[in-house]
Design a protein around this ligand. Structure first.
Ligand SMILES: Cc1cc2nc3c(=O)[nH]c(=O)nc-3n(C[C@H](O)[C@H](O)[C@H](O)COP(=O)(O)O)c2cc1C
Length: 330
């Protein structure tokens, strides 16, 4: 790895000291997990997508989605929607809540988003996406960024990408995250890193963040080196491994990637559970944490067994029991 490729980068007026960041992850990149990732080296994090017209709802679940704190900066709040005025109003609310950056999702491929003409659907309507971007830029006093895919359908040209990216830049967006797959592809196939290289070359004086297939710490470095993007956003590789960022930093210093002991994994999972119990209702937190436990099980030497144990978690006592049985105490 050419270490000089590891430069700080900028999101508008915010300088980020390390170019490997936490991607938005529905169901995962919440305040507790962002806190853990930051402590382990993530310099910048994005929330999961939040539906524009729901951000004002005062339910406990919605308040948890929108939660941020002093130790959670710089942080981007991601919005999904298709009405410029509603997106602008939601962006104002996120800014009031303390989000440093507003990120707009034009990339989500899930069926519900597509049916409701949001997220990745807007890759087929780039002019509307630009209009939304302009409305949000005008509404808030902080950087606005966009998240896009390479194209909408597999056999589309890349024209819509360029219309959207160039239009959003002219409208005042300061950065783009590019998931190098079509919307139709969802998560299948290999991310097209050649496209990331072309995207960065074509948007040379803009901040371009690459996304797709940084599954291991060395992949993030390879993406930076091979494509020239300003930063790499990591999603699936961080699920169950918040140490990912520390491991990337180790590699850049010529060290072996840090491997947390089972004792350390136990302590982190206890802390994570505790944070979730405070943020979500104690009734909902155990089921919510179950999916994290399933991801954490990958780092255990007996992954299948631990996975099955976490699948059965229904209450705080169950969570504690899995840890007591399979993870040693200090
Ligand atoms: C479970 C999961 C949830 C995701 N949620 C979001 C989301 O809320 N917003 C978004 O822009 N992308 C979301 N993504 C896409 C990721 O941010 C990322 O672009 C994609 O997974 C490719 O990166 P990877 O190969 O590192 O996983 C999600 C991906 C996964 C796997």
């Amino acid at each position: 790895m050419n270490i000089s490729a590891l430069k700080p980068f900028r999101i508008g007026d915010i300088e980020i000291d390390f170019p490997v960041v936490l991607a938005p992850l529905a169901g995962y990149s919440d305040l507790p997990y962002r806190r853990l990732c930051r402590r382990l080296g993530a310099p910048y994090c994005t929330t999961e997508m939040m539906l524009d017209r729901c951000v004002a709802i005062q339910s406990r679940q919605q308040m948890a989605l929108i939660a941020t704190d002093e130790d959670d900066h710089p942080v981007a709040g991601q919005l999904i929607g298709n009405d410029p005025a509603v997106m602008a109003e939601a962006a104002r609310l996120l800014a009031d809540k303390g989000f440093d950056v507003i990120d707009l999702n034009f990339a989500c491929p899930v069926n519900k988003a597509m049916r409701r003409k949001r997220g990745g659907f807007l890759m087929s309507k780039p002019h509307l996406a630009v209009e939304i971007t302009r409305a949000v830029v005008e509404a808030v006093d902080r950087p606005v960024t966009i998240k896009v895919r390479q194209r909408f359908a597999d056999d589309d040209s890349e024209e819509n990408f360029w219309i959207l990216a160039e239009g959003a830049r002219q409208a005042g967006a300061v950065a783009v995250t590019v998931h190098a797959r079509s919307v139709a592809q969802k998560y299948q196939g290999v991310a097209d890193w050649d496209f990331l290289k072309r995207a960065k070359a074509g948007l040379a004086d803009w901040t371009v963040i690459g996304s797709g297939d940084c599954l291991r710490p060395q992949d993030a470095l390879a993406m930076l080196e091979q494509t020239g993007v300003d930063a790499a956003a990591v999603a699936r590789g961080v699920l169950g491994n918040p140490w990912f960022f520390r491991q990337v930093r180790d590699l850049t210093e010529g060290n072996q990637p840090y491997q947390p002991s089972l004792i350390e994994q136990r302590e982190l999972m206890l802390e994570h559970f505790d944070m979730a119990m405070k943020l979500y209702s104690p009734r909902k937190a155990p089921a919510f944490m179950r999916k994290f436990g399933i991801k954490y099980s990958r780092m255990h030497p007996q992954p299948k067994r631990i996975r099955m144990a976490f699948v059965g978690v229904k209450c705080p006592e169950d969570w504690q029991k899995v840890l007591d049985e399979y993870y040693p105490k200090r």
